[in-house]
Design a protein around this ligand. Sequence first.
Ligand SMILES: Cc1cc2nc3c(=O)[nH]c(=O)nc-3n(C[C@H](O)[C@H](O)[C@H](O)COP(=O)(O)O)c2cc1C
Length: 197
Amino acid sequence: MNTYDAIKTRRSTRKFKSEQIDNEQLSKIIDAGRAAPCGGNSQSTHFIVIRNKKVLDDLANLARDAFAKMEVHEDTYKSLKMSILSSKKGSYVFHYNAPVLIVTANKINYDNSMADCACAIENMMLEANDLDLGCCYINQLNWLSDDENVRAYMLKLGLAEDERIFASMVVGKADSKDGLPIRTERPITGNPVDYVD
Ligand SMILES: Cc1cc2nc3c(=O)[nH]c(=O)nc-3n(C[C@H](O)[C@H](O)[C@H](O)COP(=O)(O)O)c2cc1C
């Protein structure tokens, strides 16, 4: 798949098979993330790659508990609102039971932290698409990165005291008939462009 095709056919997958992906595929995805551009070549993005089912379940439970305690306001961002309301109902699993959750953290006192993490996530999603794997950007651990319980748990998994989670993604085999991720092109109706010649 060439770069343009990988970009144009990447779509978010939210249903996964439980089977684990190959180590070789995972290494390629992580390599792609580590090769992403970063501000000042700081290379401070920290990748925490979670494949342990108990840890994934623990994180889903911690996130659900944290969201369930939050209130929805008129101006609450729609995806956050959905996370809160689903958690209050008790059935919310933010990582869609994917076999792999890749968390990217970065320095708290570094202006490019989120940009660097997002560049890494996009590189990894494109590589996952090229490998015929499904993936999806996951924002919930960014929203919950200051939650006491989530932070304490992530510190045990290797998050450093001077780091915070900025972005995550899930990856796995898509739970589709042919095992491939959905690749239908998404109509682009926003993202205006002005050419100034
Ligand atoms: C910054 C960012 C945060 C996102 N957070 C989530 C998320 O938490 N959960 C989710 O299911 N999708 C998330 N997405 C995926 C978007 O919903 C998705 O990219 C968008 O609807 C376009 O659809 P597509 O990815 O299939 O092209 C996120 C995407 C971005 C770029």
